[in-house]
Ligand binder design. Structure first.
Ligand SMILES: NC(=O)c1ccc[n+]([C@@H]2O[C@H](COP(=O)([O-])OP(=O)(O)OC[C@H]3O[C@@H](n4cnc5c(N)ncnc54)[C@H](OP(=O)(O)O)[C@@H]3O)[C@@H](O)[C@H]2O)c1
Length: 272
């Protein structure tokens, strides 16, 4: 079954399921995960300067049997690389590590106060030069997106934020949909920190799908991009195999009632 694609406001297309690459620090583990992902059907890979594994991904891109144009590669400007010159230099280093002439998506990793403005304008330059096909942000709240409208020449086409059954982000999702900003759910399995919810277990029995597949399908059915991370080939395949079933509206409501505002990563809400 071919993977669904979401069209971005700039006309580019993003595969709706990607492999998250955070915390994969060993190159042989990385290579195995990449291979399993390609075999399962993934073409979308999510790295960041802060993950220190862009070079591993670069080696896989070069050795891959898949054409570069058929891969979707995301990286992110790390917090310490914000600023006009630093962001450009760090991005050039990322391209070298990734062994590619362009990335498909370049994100500001976090709404760093003050510096995010100049850094965003840099991303716009990078896009104009064709070095990033699309540009976006990560961990931005509605307030940060509202502020951007005052200085951005073009608005982000993606906002990558923590989102899962236990942190549903419905106000942000609604706002982004209205503004044609696609939401990309990071930690869609809540970083495996809550794997014993009774409603999810019941639905897992009902649909004959795993706990993880119910969590991922819940996000997927809301038209968000999902980037689960795994280094286990069986789980990598399992996380991709969510295209052959549909959670009913009634059961989606049951899942919507499981929100507990669980943050497993950053909380950007207090950032001015
Ligand atoms: N922009 C940001 O600030 C930001 C922040 C956090 C994450 N991210 C991105 O989002 C990606 C995903 O988030 P995440 O890595 O935090 O967490 P996640 O994908 O929610 O969960 C990953 C954890 O779940 C386990 N797992 C994976 N598949 C499973 C399955 N089918 N059944 C049971 N356990 C499973 C993994 O272990 P195994 O590897 O052993 O399978 C790992 O411990 C990251 O890798 C990164 O690319 C972005």
């Amino acid at each position: 079954m071919s993977e669904p694609i979401i069209e971005l406001a700039d006309g580019n297309k993003i595969p709706q399921i990607g492999l998250g690459l955070w915390q994969i620090k060993d190159e042989s583990v990385f290579a195995e995960a990449y291979k399993a992902a390609i075999n399962a059907g993934y073409r979308h890979f999510d790295t960041a300067q802060a993950y220190h594994n862009e070079q591993f991904l670069g080696n896989q891109i070069v050795n891959s049997k898949i054409d570069r144009k058929d891969l979707f590669i995301t990286t992110k400007i790390a917090v310490q690389n914000f600023g006009e010159n630093k962001s450009m230099k760090s991005f050039e280093a990322s391209l070298e590590l990734l062994k590619t002439d362009y990335v498909d998506l370049l994100l500001l990793h976090f709404p760093v106060p003050v510096l995010r403005k100049k850094t965003w304008l840099r991303l716009e330059d990078i896009k104009r030069q064709g070095l990033a096909k699309s540009i976006g942000v990560s961990n931005f709240t509605i307030k940060h997106l509202e502020q951007m409208q005052a200085f951005a020449n073009e608005m982000p086409v993606i906002n990558q934020v923590e989102m899962h059954v236990f942190l549903q982000q419905q106000a942000l999702l609604k706002y982004c949909k209205e503004k044609k900003i696609v939401v990309e759910a990071y930690s869609p399995l809540a970083h495996a920190k809550s794997m014993d919810n009774s409603v999810i277990n019941q639905l897992s029995d009902k649909y004959h799908k795993s706990y993880a597949q119910i969590m991922l399908r819940w996000a997927f059915q809301q038209q968000v991009v999902i980037i689960p991370k795994s280094v286990n080939p069986k789980r990598i395949e399992e996380n991709f195999n969510i295209l052959d079933f549909n959670i009913t509206d009634e059961d989606m409501v049951l899942l919507s009632n499981q929100d507990k505002n669980l943050r497993t990563c950053w909380n950007p809400e207090l950032v001015p």
